[in-house]
Ligand binder design. Structure first.
Ligand code: AMP
Ligand code: FES
Ligand code: ZN
Length: 312
Protein backbone atom coordinates (compact mmCIF):
# COMPACT_ATOMS: atom_id res chain seq x y z
CA UNK A 1 0.00 0.00 0.00
CA UNK A 2 1.51 3.33 -1.08
CA UNK A 3 0.72 6.89 -0.01
CA UNK A 4 -1.99 8.43 -2.21
CA UNK A 5 -0.13 11.74 -2.20
CA UNK A 6 3.62 11.07 -2.41
CA UNK A 7 3.70 7.35 -3.40
CA UNK A 8 6.15 6.32 -0.63
CA UNK A 9 5.19 3.47 1.72
CA UNK A 10 1.86 4.21 3.48
CA UNK A 11 1.46 3.71 7.25
CA UNK A 12 -2.34 4.03 7.40
CA UNK A 13 -5.28 3.36 5.09
CA UNK A 14 -8.40 5.56 5.29
CA UNK A 15 -11.23 3.61 3.63
CA UNK A 16 -13.78 6.42 4.09
CA UNK A 17 -11.57 8.75 2.06
CA UNK A 18 -10.47 6.01 -0.32
CA UNK A 19 -6.88 6.98 0.51
CA UNK A 20 -3.69 5.83 2.26
CA UNK A 21 -0.96 8.06 3.71
CA UNK A 22 2.67 7.97 4.85
CA UNK A 23 3.40 9.63 8.22
CA UNK A 24 4.14 13.10 6.80
CA UNK A 25 1.12 13.20 4.50
CA UNK A 26 -1.14 11.76 7.24
CA UNK A 27 -0.07 14.56 9.63
CA UNK A 28 -0.79 17.03 6.82
CA UNK A 29 -4.24 15.46 6.33
CA UNK A 30 -5.06 15.66 10.07
CA UNK A 31 -3.91 19.29 10.37
CA UNK A 32 -5.87 20.16 7.24
CA UNK A 33 -9.09 18.59 8.61
CA UNK A 34 -8.75 20.64 11.82
CA UNK A 35 -7.99 23.84 9.90
CA UNK A 36 -11.08 23.22 7.75
CA UNK A 37 -13.25 22.64 10.81
CA UNK A 38 -12.04 25.88 12.43
CA UNK A 39 -12.67 27.90 9.27
CA UNK A 40 -15.96 26.42 8.09
CA UNK A 41 -17.59 26.59 11.54
CA UNK A 42 -16.21 30.05 12.38
CA UNK A 43 -14.57 28.68 15.53
CA UNK A 44 -11.80 31.24 16.16
CA UNK A 45 -9.27 33.49 14.45
CA UNK A 46 -5.48 33.33 14.38
CA UNK A 47 -5.06 35.63 17.41
CA UNK A 48 -7.63 33.96 19.68
CA UNK A 49 -6.74 32.84 23.20
CA UNK A 50 -7.87 29.20 23.35
CA UNK A 51 -8.40 26.97 26.39
CA UNK A 52 -8.28 23.24 25.54
CA UNK A 53 -9.93 20.84 27.99
CA UNK A 54 -7.48 17.92 28.26
CA UNK A 55 -8.39 14.62 29.89
CA UNK A 56 -5.13 12.72 29.28
CA UNK A 57 -6.83 10.73 26.50
CA UNK A 58 -5.66 10.65 22.86
CA UNK A 59 -8.24 13.07 21.44
CA UNK A 60 -7.72 16.05 23.70
CA UNK A 61 -3.91 15.71 23.83
CA UNK A 62 -3.85 15.38 20.01
CA UNK A 63 -6.03 18.50 19.79
CA UNK A 64 -3.66 20.50 21.99
CA UNK A 65 -0.70 19.25 19.92
CA UNK A 66 -2.39 20.12 16.58
CA UNK A 67 -3.47 23.61 17.65
CA UNK A 68 0.04 24.43 18.89
CA UNK A 69 1.60 23.10 15.67
CA UNK A 70 -0.87 25.14 13.61
CA UNK A 71 0.48 28.19 15.46
CA UNK A 72 -2.46 28.95 17.78
CA UNK A 73 -2.15 30.30 21.32
CA UNK A 74 -3.63 27.41 23.26
CA UNK A 75 -3.39 26.69 27.00
CA UNK A 76 -5.10 23.73 28.64
CA UNK A 77 -7.26 22.79 31.62
CA UNK A 78 -7.23 19.40 33.34
CA UNK A 79 -9.95 18.55 35.85
CA UNK A 80 -8.75 15.95 38.35
CA UNK A 81 -11.96 14.08 39.23
CA UNK A 82 -10.41 11.99 42.00
CA UNK A 83 -11.24 8.57 40.48
CA UNK A 84 -8.37 6.63 42.11
CA UNK A 85 -5.63 5.24 39.85
CA UNK A 86 -7.46 6.35 36.69
CA UNK A 87 -7.21 10.03 37.64
CA UNK A 88 -3.63 9.67 38.86
CA UNK A 89 -2.54 8.13 35.56
CA UNK A 90 -4.42 10.57 33.35
CA UNK A 91 -3.05 13.50 35.36
CA UNK A 92 0.49 12.12 34.85
CA UNK A 93 -0.05 11.88 31.06
CA UNK A 94 -1.24 15.49 30.91
CA UNK A 95 1.74 16.71 32.98
CA UNK A 96 4.16 14.76 30.79
CA UNK A 97 2.71 16.25 27.58
CA UNK A 98 2.80 19.76 29.07
CA UNK A 99 6.45 19.44 30.05
CA UNK A 100 7.67 17.61 26.94
CA UNK A 101 5.68 19.39 24.20
CA UNK A 102 3.38 22.25 25.22
CA UNK A 103 5.90 24.19 27.34
CA UNK A 104 8.25 24.59 24.36
CA UNK A 105 5.40 26.45 22.60
CA UNK A 106 4.99 28.71 25.64
CA UNK A 107 1.69 27.06 26.62
CA UNK A 108 0.58 26.49 30.21
CA UNK A 109 -1.64 24.03 32.05
CA UNK A 110 -4.38 24.88 34.56
CA UNK A 111 -5.47 22.16 36.97
CA UNK A 112 -8.70 22.00 38.95
CA UNK A 113 -8.86 19.29 41.64
CA UNK A 114 -12.40 18.28 42.60
CA UNK A 115 -11.31 16.80 45.94
CA UNK A 116 -9.79 20.13 47.01
CA UNK A 117 -13.01 22.04 46.50
CA UNK A 118 -15.63 19.41 47.30
CA UNK A 119 -13.74 17.43 49.95
CA UNK A 120 -14.29 14.21 47.99
CA UNK A 121 -13.75 12.69 44.53
CA UNK A 122 -16.75 12.49 42.17
CA UNK A 123 -17.60 8.86 43.05
CA UNK A 124 -18.04 9.68 46.75
CA UNK A 125 -19.67 12.99 45.93
CA UNK A 126 -22.25 11.31 43.68
CA UNK A 127 -23.00 8.72 46.37
CA UNK A 128 -23.42 11.46 48.96
CA UNK A 129 -25.99 13.37 46.90
CA UNK A 130 -27.64 10.24 45.41
CA UNK A 131 -26.96 11.07 41.79
CA UNK A 132 -25.38 8.95 39.03
CA UNK A 133 -21.59 9.43 38.89
CA UNK A 134 -21.48 10.36 35.19
CA UNK A 135 -24.08 13.12 35.45
CA UNK A 136 -22.36 14.54 38.59
CA UNK A 137 -19.11 14.43 36.64
CA UNK A 138 -20.72 16.14 33.61
CA UNK A 139 -22.07 18.99 35.75
CA UNK A 140 -18.68 19.54 37.41
CA UNK A 141 -16.70 19.45 34.16
CA UNK A 142 -19.05 21.81 32.29
CA UNK A 143 -19.00 24.22 35.23
CA UNK A 144 -15.23 24.21 35.70
CA UNK A 145 -14.50 24.48 31.94
CA UNK A 146 -16.68 27.58 31.76
CA UNK A 147 -15.45 29.09 35.04
CA UNK A 148 -11.77 28.88 34.10
CA UNK A 149 -12.39 30.12 30.52
CA UNK A 150 -14.28 33.18 31.82
CA UNK A 151 -12.07 33.95 34.85
CA UNK A 152 -8.84 33.65 32.86
CA UNK A 153 -10.31 35.55 29.90
CA UNK A 154 -9.99 32.95 27.16
CA UNK A 155 -11.87 33.72 23.94
CA UNK A 156 -12.98 30.16 23.37
CA UNK A 157 -12.96 26.76 25.01
CA UNK A 158 -12.18 23.66 22.92
CA UNK A 159 -12.88 20.00 23.67
CA UNK A 160 -11.56 16.86 21.98
CA UNK A 161 -14.91 15.42 20.84
CA UNK A 162 -14.32 13.53 17.58
CA UNK A 163 -16.51 12.24 14.74
CA UNK A 164 -17.30 9.00 16.61
CA UNK A 165 -18.36 10.93 19.75
CA UNK A 166 -20.59 13.29 17.78
CA UNK A 167 -22.14 10.57 15.59
CA UNK A 168 -22.89 8.44 18.69
CA UNK A 169 -24.40 11.41 20.47
CA UNK A 170 -26.51 12.23 17.41
CA UNK A 171 -27.74 8.62 17.27
CA UNK A 172 -28.77 8.82 20.94
CA UNK A 173 -30.52 12.15 20.47
CA UNK A 174 -32.38 10.90 17.40
CA UNK A 175 -33.38 7.57 19.00
CA UNK A 176 -34.97 9.46 21.89
CA UNK A 177 -36.06 12.49 19.80
CA UNK A 178 -34.26 14.89 22.12
CA UNK A 179 -35.09 17.89 19.96
CA UNK A 180 -33.73 20.46 22.38
CA UNK A 181 -30.35 18.67 22.45
CA UNK A 182 -30.38 18.28 18.66
CA UNK A 183 -30.68 22.05 18.30
CA UNK A 184 -27.50 22.55 20.34
CA UNK A 185 -25.43 19.67 18.93
CA UNK A 186 -23.20 21.68 16.61
CA UNK A 187 -19.38 21.81 16.67
CA UNK A 188 -19.46 25.53 17.49
CA UNK A 189 -21.65 26.96 20.24
CA UNK A 190 -21.51 30.75 20.51
CA UNK A 191 -21.23 32.59 23.83
CA UNK A 192 -24.92 33.51 23.92
CA UNK A 193 -24.82 35.52 27.16
CA UNK A 194 -22.18 37.24 29.28
CA UNK A 195 -20.65 34.66 31.60
CA UNK A 196 -20.81 31.82 29.06
CA UNK A 197 -17.68 31.02 27.05
CA UNK A 198 -17.87 30.06 23.38
CA UNK A 199 -17.42 26.27 22.98
CA UNK A 200 -15.96 24.46 19.98
CA UNK A 201 -15.08 20.91 18.85
CA UNK A 202 -12.32 21.21 16.22
CA UNK A 203 -11.91 17.40 15.86
CA UNK A 204 -15.43 16.68 14.58
CA UNK A 205 -14.09 15.83 11.09
CA UNK A 206 -11.68 13.14 12.42
CA UNK A 207 -12.51 9.63 13.63
CA UNK A 208 -11.36 7.94 16.82
CA UNK A 209 -9.14 5.59 14.78
CA UNK A 210 -7.49 8.49 12.94
CA UNK A 211 -6.79 10.30 16.22
CA UNK A 212 -5.34 7.17 17.83
CA UNK A 213 -3.04 6.83 14.79
CA UNK A 214 -2.06 10.51 15.04
CA UNK A 215 -1.18 10.12 18.73
CA UNK A 216 0.88 6.97 18.17
CA UNK A 217 2.73 8.31 15.09
CA UNK A 218 3.60 11.54 16.94
CA UNK A 219 4.63 9.77 20.16
CA UNK A 220 1.93 11.37 22.27
CA UNK A 221 1.74 9.29 25.44
CA UNK A 222 -1.95 9.04 26.47
CA UNK A 223 -4.13 7.04 28.84
CA UNK A 224 -5.57 4.15 26.85
CA UNK A 225 -8.18 2.99 29.39
CA UNK A 226 -11.63 4.55 29.30
CA UNK A 227 -12.99 6.00 32.53
CA UNK A 228 -14.01 3.02 34.74
CA UNK A 229 -17.40 4.67 35.37
CA UNK A 230 -18.26 4.61 31.64
CA UNK A 231 -18.29 0.79 31.31
CA UNK A 232 -21.50 -0.41 29.60
CA UNK A 233 -22.72 3.13 28.95
CA UNK A 234 -25.21 3.91 26.19
CA UNK A 235 -22.60 5.99 24.34
CA UNK A 236 -20.27 2.98 24.13
CA UNK A 237 -23.15 0.85 22.78
CA UNK A 238 -23.98 3.45 20.11
CA UNK A 239 -20.32 3.63 19.10
CA UNK A 240 -20.18 -0.16 18.70
CA UNK A 241 -23.26 -0.15 16.46
CA UNK A 242 -21.86 2.66 14.32
CA UNK A 243 -18.49 0.88 14.05
CA UNK A 244 -20.23 -2.22 12.71
CA UNK A 245 -22.01 -0.12 10.09
CA UNK A 246 -18.76 1.70 9.26
CA UNK A 247 -16.93 -1.60 8.63
CA UNK A 248 -19.64 -2.68 6.18
CA UNK A 249 -19.96 0.73 4.53
CA UNK A 250 -17.00 3.08 5.09
CA UNK A 251 -18.15 6.69 5.43
CA UNK A 252 -21.39 5.92 7.31
CA UNK A 253 -20.50 8.01 10.40
CA UNK A 254 -19.37 10.93 8.29
CA UNK A 255 -22.48 10.87 6.10
CA UNK A 256 -24.69 10.63 9.20
CA UNK A 257 -23.11 13.48 11.20
CA UNK A 258 -22.02 15.84 8.42
CA UNK A 259 -25.43 15.33 6.77
CA UNK A 260 -27.07 16.42 10.03
CA UNK A 261 -24.84 19.52 10.21
CA UNK A 262 -25.68 20.40 6.63
CA UNK A 263 -29.43 20.16 7.26
CA UNK A 264 -29.10 22.01 10.56
CA UNK A 265 -27.21 24.91 8.96
CA UNK A 266 -30.10 25.37 6.51
CA UNK A 267 -32.85 25.33 9.10
CA UNK A 268 -31.13 26.58 12.26
CA UNK A 269 -32.28 29.89 13.67
CA UNK A 270 -29.45 32.39 13.47
CA UNK A 271 -26.99 32.74 16.35
CA UNK A 272 -28.72 36.02 17.26
CA UNK A 273 -32.15 34.45 17.77
CA UNK A 274 -30.59 31.64 19.83
CA UNK A 275 -28.81 34.25 21.94
CA UNK A 276 -32.09 36.17 22.39
CA UNK A 277 -33.76 32.96 23.58
CA UNK A 278 -30.93 32.33 26.06
CA UNK A 279 -30.97 35.91 27.32
CA UNK A 280 -34.68 35.55 28.09
CA UNK A 281 -34.21 32.55 30.39
CA UNK A 282 -30.69 32.91 31.80
CA UNK A 283 -29.53 35.13 34.66
CA UNK A 284 -26.60 35.05 37.11
CA UNK A 285 -26.63 32.39 39.85
CA UNK A 286 -27.18 34.16 43.18
CA UNK A 287 -24.31 32.20 44.69
CA UNK A 288 -21.57 32.14 42.01
CA UNK A 289 -22.79 34.45 39.19
CA UNK A 290 -22.51 31.88 36.37
CA UNK A 291 -25.55 32.00 34.05
CA UNK A 292 -28.41 29.67 35.04
CA UNK A 293 -32.15 29.24 34.44
CA UNK A 294 -32.81 28.73 38.19
CA UNK A 295 -32.06 31.04 41.10
CA UNK A 296 -29.07 28.95 42.16
CA UNK A 297 -27.16 26.98 39.47
CA UNK A 298 -27.04 23.16 39.51
CA UNK A 299 -23.35 23.18 40.50
CA UNK A 300 -23.89 25.38 43.55
CA UNK A 301 -26.95 23.32 44.54
CA UNK A 302 -24.88 20.17 44.29
CA UNK A 303 -22.04 21.60 46.40
CA UNK A 304 -24.46 22.92 49.02
CA UNK A 305 -26.17 19.54 49.25
CA UNK A 306 -22.83 17.75 49.54
CA UNK A 307 -21.88 20.04 52.46
CA UNK A 308 -25.13 19.45 54.36
CA UNK A 309 -25.05 15.62 54.04
CA UNK A 310 -21.27 15.13 54.43
CA UNK A 311 -20.24 13.24 57.57
CA UNK A 312 -18.57 15.69 59.97
P1 AMP B 1 -15.50 12.50 27.29
O1 AMP B 1 -16.79 13.10 27.72
O2 AMP B 1 -14.77 11.78 28.37
O3 AMP B 1 -15.59 11.74 26.00
O4 AMP B 1 -14.56 13.75 26.97
C1 AMP B 1 -14.87 14.66 25.97
C2 AMP B 1 -13.90 15.82 26.03
O5 AMP B 1 -14.06 16.52 27.28
C3 AMP B 1 -12.43 15.43 26.00
O6 AMP B 1 -11.96 15.27 24.68
C4 AMP B 1 -11.79 16.58 26.70
O7 AMP B 1 -11.65 17.68 25.83
C5 AMP B 1 -12.81 16.94 27.76
N1 AMP B 1 -12.53 16.27 29.06
C6 AMP B 1 -13.01 15.09 29.49
N2 AMP B 1 -12.57 14.81 30.74
C7 AMP B 1 -11.80 15.86 31.12
C8 AMP B 1 -11.05 16.18 32.30
N3 AMP B 1 -11.03 15.37 33.36
N4 AMP B 1 -10.40 17.35 32.34
C9 AMP B 1 -10.42 18.19 31.28
N5 AMP B 1 -11.09 17.93 30.14
C10 AMP B 1 -11.77 16.79 30.06
FE1 FES C 1 -16.83 11.43 34.26
FE2 FES C 1 -15.96 9.08 34.01
S1 FES C 1 -15.14 10.81 33.16
S2 FES C 1 -17.57 9.69 35.26
ZN1 ZN D 1 -23.73 28.88 41.00
Amino acid sequence: MNCTKCKTKAVIGLPRHNAAFCKGCFNGFVHDQVARAIKSEWMFGKEAKILVAVSGGKDSLALWDILLKLGYKADALYVNLGIGAYSEQSHAKVTKFTESVAASHGATLHVHTVEQEAGAGIKELAQLIHRPTCSTCGTIKRYQFNRVAIEQQYDVMATGHNLDDEAARLLGNVLHWQEEYLDKQGPSLPASVAGFAKKVKPLYRLSERELAAYAVLNRIDYIVEECPMAKGSKMIQYKEVLNRLETESPGTKQTFYWGFLDKQSKKQPTATTMAEKDRAVLHPCTSCSQPTTAEVCSYCKMMARAKTVAPH
